[in-house]
Design a binder for this molecule. Structure first.
Ligand code: ACO
Length: 402
């Protein structure tokens, strides 16, 4: 007797769902979202509680292994990660091959892709120990790669990781410190960055995560799959929105447009202009991450002396949008990216690094989802169907008679 999937194939029926608006591609026990109620939970824990009480590596452990770690488990996990933060010297040489003004997202993705050439001893996707090793290597090396992408773009020397520091502290020091000079960590920045990483850590089957799963469904290794996810994240409709929001606020601040003219353009859909950082495929109510971030943006900018004027423009746009029928009817609310850029800017990161910071945060989610897919006996290679709308059969014509 045929199995269910063979029987379904026999019917020859194909459903067309552009953008997979209503199609589930997998079963998952990692992240729960109720878009109407504005609920987000990792492994059952509300994002608000994790944001208040947890740390980025604890959340990573939760997403990847399914449970909150005990103190001993967390210490062992953190210690293991610390031991893998260095990059192979030859991999460091890669950064010199890119143009100085290269965007750090393709640099990040290329370096992650290259990990599968440097760490060939952990590529067996059927060996749990090797999967664990790749997991730790990826989580540990991503901040180093991201910091080097930044250092390269500003023409400053790379720093080796200092493994007495936490992952977040280490990343900040490697991004902003100088070799042989003490670097003073600002606890406000460390805490805020850790929070932002937690808020980005997973978001079920978004574009980049679906990419990681699709690539991984061919049994491609973790580095190859995550490298593809980084490219998917780079687009302005996804993770690239945090950079696009700041550029949009900058244009308004520089008086290229006033707020009203800009909003009219958005509503008239002139030149495809959208209010970046607004709208979400799943949230049709406030994005719960945006609510947490808005509060942090206020605190951080007050404390670090960030760009108050831009924050005011952002608040002004939000105020207009929340009271405007165009946005109300379409259920468009601020998403996670609306305020993050302002915080990253106040921390000292250049605009081009914003989406890289998103990628750092999303890494544990990508890894957890890749692993869940690999462990699921129902996983099949991702291979969507299509509705063919092209020419019917026709005969080849010799080039001279076309
Ligand atoms: N500004 C203005 N209009 C918008 C916006 C926006 N930001 N977002 C959606 N709309 C409008 C659309 O034009 C459409 O209008 P219509 O019904 O008159 O044609 C309607 O709202 C529905 O929009 P869709 O594009 O069909 O919604 P979809 O679910 O496909 O897109 C998306 C979601 C991509 C997030 C969209 O809202 C958008 O482009 N937002 C701006 C980019 C952004 O902030 N992306 C970050 C998303 S969150 C993340 O990745 C972390």
């Amino acid at each position: 007797a045929l199995g269910v999937s063979s029987l379904l194939k026999e019917t020859g029926m194909v459903t067309y769902d552009a953008g997979f608006v209503n199609t589930a591609s997998c079963k998952s026990a990692i992240t729960y979202i109720d878009g109407d109620a504005g609920i987000l939970r990792y492994r059952g824990y509300p994002i608000e509680q994790l944001a208040e009480k947890s740390s980025y590596l604890e959340v990573s452990y939760l997403l990847i292994y399914g449970e909150l770690p005990t103190a001993t488990e967390l210490a062992a996990f953190e210690d293991r990660i610390r031991r893998h933060t260095m990059l192979h010297e030859d991999l460091k040489a890669f950064f010199n091959g890119f143009p100085r003004d290269a965007h750090p997202m393709p640099v990040l993705s290329s370096a992650v892709s290259a990990l599968s050439t440097f760490y060939q001893d952990s590529l067996d996707i059927h060996d749990q120990e090797q999967i664990d090793l790749s997991t730790v290597r990826l989580l540990a090396k991503l901040p180093t790669i991201a910091a080097y992408a930044h250092k390269k773009s500003v023409g400053q020397p790379f720093l080796y990781p200092d493994n007495s520091l936490s992952l977040t502290e280490n990343f900040l020091r490697m991004s902003f410190g100088f070799p042989a000079e003490p670097y003073e960590l600002d606890p406000t920045i460390v805490k805020a960055l850790d929070l932002l990483l937690i808020l980005h850590a997973d978001h079920e089957q978004n574009c980049s995560t679906s990419t990681v799963r699709l690539v991984g469904s061919s049994q491609a290794n973790l580095y190859a799959s995550v490298s593809s996810g980084i490219h998917a994240l780079s687009g302005p409709l996804h993770g690239g929105a945090n950079q696009a929001v700041l550029e949009m606020l900058g244009r308004i601040q520089n008086a290229d447009y006033d707020v009203k003219t800009f909003m009219d353009k958005v509503k008239n859909k002139e030149d495809g202009v959208r209010l970046m950082g607004f709208g979400h495929r799943v949230y049709k109510n406030y994005d719960p991450r945006a609510a947490i971030i808005k509060k942090t943006a206020d605190e951080i900018i007050a404390k670090l002396g960030g760009d108050d004027e831009m924050l005011d423009i952002a608040k002004g746009l939000e105020e207009i949008a929340l009271n405007d029928d165009y946005f109300i009817e379409r259920k468009l609310y601020p998403n996670v990216d609306f305020y993050t850029g302002l915080i990253y800017k106040a921390m000292g990161f250049p605009t081009k690094m914003f989406t890289v910071l998103f990628a750092l945060g999303r890494a544990p989610g990508w890894i957890a989802q890749w692993r869940e897919m690999m462990e699921d006996p129902e996983t099949k290679i991702g291979r969507p169907r299509q509705v063919y709308v092209g020419a019917t059969e026709r005969d080849y014509q010799e080039i001279g008679s076309r």
